[in-house]
Unconditional design. Structure first.
Length: 133
């Protein structure tokens, strides 16, 4: 039996890698390199704990639990990514558009920058509301 076949047989039914695993490995490398310069027992323990957690997650057979952890991580990550993407778009469109939130559903609407009071219709909840620009 080839080595690759033995590895495939061992990993059968295990969770493997995902976005949280990749984030943990990047965090491990950052803390490890930081520890090379600072030399702290706390950073050593932290890097070892991150490495053990990432390895445990990849070899775990509790697929539903690991999937739930990854979903929580992706929800937090996407909220940060969407916040900074919105700020970038606001800066890019600052001369031609304004961004307002729908009072009913909270969706962010991009509206043309025309002075006065206008009625806007939310595409998400079909609510009509007045907007002062």
């Amino acid at each position: 039996m080839k080595f690759r076949d033995r590895i495939a047989r061992f990993m059968y039914g295990r969770y493997g890698t995902d976005e949280l695993y990749r984030f943990l490995f990047i965090a491990f490398y950052v803390v490890f390199i930081l520890n090379l310069f600072i030399r702290s027992i706390i950073l050593s323990a932290l890097s070892l704990a991150i490495l053990i957690w990432a390895t445990y997650r990849s070899f775990s057979k509790n697929i539903y639990g690991r999937r739930a952890e990854n979903a929580k991580y992706l929800k937090i990550k996407n909220s940060f990514v969407n916040f900074f993407k919105l700020q970038k778009n606001k800066w890019r469109d600052r001369k031609t558009h304004v961004y307002r939130k729908c009072p009913t559903c909270g969706a962010v609407l991009r509206l043309p920058k025309k002075k006065g009071i206008h009625t806007a219709r939310c595409p998400g909840c079909s609510n009509n509301f007045e907007v002062k620009v």
